[in-house]
Design a protein around this ligand. Structure first.
Ligand SMILES: Nc1ncnc2c1ncn2[C@@H]1O[C@H](COP(=O)(O)OP(=O)(O)OP(=O)(O)O)[C@@H](O)[C@H]1O
Length: 573
């Protein structure tokens, strides 16, 4: 409840309006049967027609106002629900964006969408209506029973017993469907994960002819959602069904007692109608309570999942220091060991130093750990042991923001965001001027491409990357890093997708960039590394060789020299 209140407190004014409207609606509901009672009694006593018409008119006016109040309740209910749940959605998204890569490696984007939006949508009705309707239902019940006690206490007692029994049954079995509702949400999240994954890999799915296979998996996931959903629904409706049986017994008892009183002349026909009508009306708040109980079970499973997500902490704790020396930044790895999964070391005992402004080329076989080193430098993962220093400061002590502001990385995968070309190049930083963008793109050879676009920097790019060729996307990513004027730059296979001419242009630009900052270049092709100062040869997560490039190249027994020889032979072949 305290958690719920945190989201409802900011909308307390609207909640209050909702409550007042609900009370007004409840009052109107209680009044109308009494008007009908008077109408019947006046009519049976052959009272004046004008009086009857007046009662009928009053009934109509109250009925119309009642409808208006119902519409207003629905409007404010939805309004409150959206406002409160949007806050929760924002909190969930923020929590999700702050979680570390180990978490994200295990979750598909589709699953996260379902958790941030699907679960919350399931809670929205609960948010809007739960407190209000529970309070409203109890007030209506109290009003009906209270009035009945003033008219006929034996019947009121029967109705009270029935009400207490119904509410008691619901309270006792209220948690029945929670676990299975949680399972239902889980299955639904898995289904979304599957759809997202397959649509993201649509090219592979289509070209490998695996549409039938995907459909098969999809049907299996749908079946799972259906089976779990059915079970959850069955368990949720049990409390409600129990009250229907109780209600039928109560109506029968009240009618029998009422008819007996009428036959004995103890009550008028109008009062008999009132008994009947109020017993019928008891059903409504009890049904509301039952519905809310169902919503509650559904919402509770969503709430559990949301609270679980909100309580998760990223393994990457932000540091406190934010001062780094001006200019190029030195890098130091001291006995660094790292594993993605416990027991499977990816990097072991990595130690090396790069002075400010130095350029390091990392080579090694596929899977030797080159990219992992760059990820560690950006603190995407915590290391198992050792220390990494950037600009002389342990990166664990640095504010992440300070680190990201000074370190740039170009990876093999380029992510485009929905926005203009300018937004994508500056990553939505409006302080970067167009002149600077154009000058930088000119240096990188992207200018002819930008000039060929009808709207230049204002051209809209779609998210994902479909609007750029792989090579363009890579040039694009380099430009992005250039624009941030980094003090340390990591280039992961920067020219892997470029043709020879573009690569030459790019190489000049990279050289210019590396002149201003410290650089780490990860490359498969040794030609990319001609300008670097030092070389690191990695093998199975260990440094096999580290030293000045010139020295290693000249030493025929070095691994680097051997790599150069094989590279040349391959080129000749
Ligand atoms: N997210 C991850 N979770 C678990 N293991 C991973 C993850 N990323 C990489 N690995 C493993 O870590 C090892 C090193 O991977 P890394 O990407 O650093 O190698 P690399 O030298 O950059 O390879 P390549 O030249 O192919 O890019 C590999 O065995 C890889 O399977």
């Amino acid at each position: 409840m305290s958690w719920l209140l945190r989201y409802l407190l900011p909308v307390k004014g609207r909640m209050l309006i909702l409550l007042v409207l609900l009370l007004a609606g409840t009052g109107l509901q209680l009044v109308n049967p009494q008007i009908v009672q008077r109408f019947i009694d006046t009519a049976s006593a052959r009272g004046p027609v004008a009086g009857l018409l007046g009662l009928a008119g009053l009934y109509l006016v109250i009925a119309v106002i009642g409808q208006i109040v119902t519409v207003a309740v629905s409007y404010f209910g939805n309004d409150v629900a959206w406002r409160a749940t949007n806050r929760l959605r924002a909190d969930l998204l923020k929590a999700c964006l702050r979680l570390d890569m180990r978490f994200h490696n295990l979750k598909t984007p589709g699953e996260m969408i379902e958790r941030i939006d699907g679960d919350v949508t399931n809670m929205s009705n609960f948010f809007a209506m739960f407190i209000v309707q529970i309070v409203g239902s109890f007030i209506l019940l109290g009003g009906i029973l209270g009035f009945m006690f003033t008219v006929n206490w034996p019947i009121a007692t029967v109705m009270t017993v029935f009400t207490c029994l119904s509410v008691g049954v619901m309270i006792v079995i209220r948690d029945l469907g929670v676990a299975s509702s949680q399972n239902e949400r889980q299955a639904s999240a898995a289904l979304y994960g599957l759809i997202e994954e397959r649509i993201a890999g649509i090219e592979d799915v289509q070209t490998s002819g695996s549409v039938p296979y995907v459909m098969n998996r999809f049907h299996a996931a749908m079946r799972n959602v259906f089976l779990r959903g059915r079970k959850a629904w069955m368990l949720r409706v049990v409390p409600w069904n129990a009250t229907i049986v109780l209600f039928a017994i109560a109506v029968t008892a009240v009618l029998l007692m009422g008819v007996r009183l009428y036959v004995n002349g103890q009550v008028s026909l109008g009062t008999l109608y009132l008994f009947f009508q109020y017993t019928q009306m008891l059903n409504e708040p009890i049904e509301q309570l039952g519905n809310q109980m169902q919503e509650f079970q559904r919402a509770k499973s969503g709430m559990r999942r949301s609270r679980e997500l909100l309580s998760m902490r990223s393994e990457i704790e932000d540091g406190t220091e934010h001062a780094l020396p001006d200019g190029a930044l030195g890098v130091e790895f001291e006995q660094v060991s790292f594993s993605y999964n416990k027991g499977f070391p990816v990097l072991t005992d990595i130690s090396f130093t790069l002075r400010p402004g130095e350029r390091l080329g990392i080579v090694g076989r596929t899977g030797s750990g080159k990219t992992s080193i760059s990820r560690l430098l950006l603190r995407l993962y915590n290391i198992d042991s050792g220390v990494i220093r950037v600009g002389g400061t342990d990166i664990r002590k640095l504010r992440l923001e300070a680190l990201y502001r000074r370190v740039g990385m170009v990876t093999q995968d380029v992510q485009l965001f929905d926005g203009t070309l300018r937004d994508n190049l500056t990553l939505f930083d409006s302080r970067v001027s167009d002149a600077y963008i154009l000058e930088t793109t000119g240096r990188l050879g992207l200018r002819p491409w930008i000039d060929s676009l009808p709207q230049g920097l204002d051209t809209h790019l779609s998210a994902g990357g479909a609007s750029l060729s792989a090579g363009e996307a890579q040039l694009f990513a380099l430009t992005r890093v250039f624009l941030t004027k980094p003090s340390l730059v990591i280039l992961d296979e920067p020219s892997s997708r470029l043709d020879a001419a573009t690569e030459a242009a790019l190489q000049t630009a990279v050289d210019q960039l590396l002149e201003q900052c410290t650089g780490i270049v990860i490359a498969h092709r040794l030609s990319t590394l001609e300008k670097v100062d030092k070389i690191m040869v990695l093998g199975a997560g260990r440094i096999l060789e580290f030293g000045a490039r010139e020295t290693l190249a000249r030493d025929p027994s070095s691994r680097y020299a051997e790599l150069l020889r094989t590279d040349r032979e391959e080129e000749l072949a």
